[in-house]
Design a protein around this ligand. Structure first.
Ligand SMILES: Cc1cc2nc3c(=O)[nH]c(=O)nc-3n(C[C@H](O)[C@H](O)[C@H](O)COP(=O)(O)OP(=O)(O)OC[C@H]3O[C@@H](n4cnc5c(N)ncnc54)[C@H](O)[C@@H]3O)c2cc1C
Length: 401
């Protein structure tokens, strides 16, 4: 007897779309992805992600998307130059031509497009923002005596509703599904960030293009850092992070007086904060301030977060384990998708057993990744940040050791 599981995935980020692809190619699931964005071009997707061989790339391999990934991946994006604010080089990685591409970069937009293009038409329901969900009473009591042996009714902000057997929350940091499982909410990490873009940098700022090179240009100072990363569309994404005693408060972005929505004034306010940094750094900041700036308070869920299982319901990706953004989040989300799809394929007659098995594996695996991410962030934001990270890259120390 064949079993078709009816799955609602809320959120069309890397985690949700990877799961949708894996389930639709597996053939034993009917999948709908409910996505808040109005369409695939509704908003810019941001910068670039490095996908690791054992997590993000592994999931894409299982999804039959390795060739599509290679068309967009940039192994040379693994180049990295780490400096201090005086311009002293602390560490340098130059990717060889025969690189095994263990962590190549891919633009978020390219990754999203390749996943979207891999789905059967109509899989994504665009412009559907989940408000909440309620369990549908089971005709027979579930073994737990609560929750939803009968599935979940989803309620959207436009007033529409839908019913599905399984509900997977892949809706990111501020998940609307998470409160159905745990009261945990992301906590501020004492780091505030601003992101901007220098478009078409080879033409508009060839001198800065040469400074940034093919990958990441990373400057770590005491209480501040700058990262500039090349993207495949010819732009360079600039991120500034603030974690000094005066600017680590959770409300700093709204109380600092920098008008992020007025780039010229923001530039005038930001440059004095980097007065003793190299002219290259200051020029990169000035160039990024020519366009829109996105302020972002960095938050994370508690390391090792778990919840009691509820039938027919689970989370993946940032919704389950939002962690400091040091390069693991999207990879962990895609690995979650792989583990969940594998578990569902193993017990098609008992999808809830699959959700339980997935949760146990995911809790254990991602607790270690979240812990390491927290230690790396602590290392970056410590007074010895730059030299500490350089020693870590050379394999001389472990984060937090
Ligand atoms: C500055 C920065 C740099 C990063 N760099 C890296 C990196 O190099 N490598 C890496 O692995 N990770 C990186 N990360 C982390 C990575 O971006 C996330 O971990 C990853 O995007 C999580 O994927 P996700 O699918 O779980 O959630 P998301 O990517 O957040 O996707 C969630 C989706 O759900 C949708 N959604 C939200 N709410 C609703 C709702 N109520 N109803 C319907 N849809 C909804 C959203 O529109 C979105 O499309 C970085 C993060 C930041 C902030």
């Amino acid at each position: 007897m064949t079993h078709t599981t009816d799955v609602a995935i809320v959120g069309g980020g890397p985690g949700g779309l990877t799961l949708a692809r894996l389930l639709t190619t597996g053939g034993s699931a009917r999948v709908t992805v409910y996505e808040r964005d109005g369409g695939r071009t509704a908003r810019t997707q941001g910068g670039t992600l490095d996908l690791h061989a054992d997590t993000g790339q592994r999931a894409l391999r299982a999804a039959g998307l390795t060739q599509a990934f290679r068309r967009h991946a940039r192994p040379e994006g693994e180049d990295m130059l780490l400096l201090d604010p005086t311009g002293t080089v602390l560490h340098r990685d130059d990717t060889p031509d025969d690189s095994p591409a263990l962590r190549p970069e891919i633009d978020r937009a390219d990754l999203r497009d390749l996943l979207l293009d891999s789905l059967p038409p109509g899989t994504v329901a665009w412009g559907r923002t989940l408000r909440t969900a309620v369990p549908v009473p089971a005709s027979a009591p579930s073994p737990d005596g609560e929750g939803s042996g009968g599935g979940w009714q989803l309620e959207f902000t436009d007033g529409s509703r839908a019913e599905h057997q399984l509900l997977i929350g892949a809706d990111g940091a501020n998940s609307r599904v998470r409160p159905l499982l745990t009261p945990a909410v992301p906590q501020h990490l004492g780091v505030n960030a601003i992101e901007g873009t220098v478009p078409d940098i080879d033409r508009t700022h060839p001198d800065l293009a040469a400074v940034v090179g093919r990958g990441s240009y990373w400057v770590v100072g005491d209480g501040r850092s700058l990262v500039a990363q090349r993207c495949s569309d010819g732009s360079v994404r600039i991120g500034l992070s603030f974690y000094g005693p005066a600017d680590r408060a959770a409300d700093w972005l709204t109380t600092c007086g920098i008008p992020f929505d007025r780039p010229d004034e923001a530039r005038a306010a930001l440059l004095p904060l980097f007065a003793d940094w190299t002219p290259d750094c200051r020029a990169l900041i000035a160039a990024a301030c020519a366009g829109p700036l996105t302020p972002r308070a960095l938050t994370a869920l508690p390391v090792g977060l778990r919840w009691p299982h509820r039938p027919g319901l689970t989370l993946l990706g940032d919704a389950a384990h939002l962690m400091p953004p040091v390069g693991h989040g999207a990879n962990a989300a895609m690995r979650d998708a792989l583990e969940l799809a594998t578990a569902l394929a193993a017990t098609p007659a008992d999808p809830d057993a699959a959700l339980r098995a997935y949760e146990e594996e995911m809790f254990t695996r991602t607790a270690g990744v979240a812990d390491e991410s927290a230690r790396i962030l602590a290392m970056i934001t410590s007074p010895a940040g730059g030299p500490g990270i350089a020693a870590f890259f050379r394999g001389e120390t472990r984060p937090g050791a």
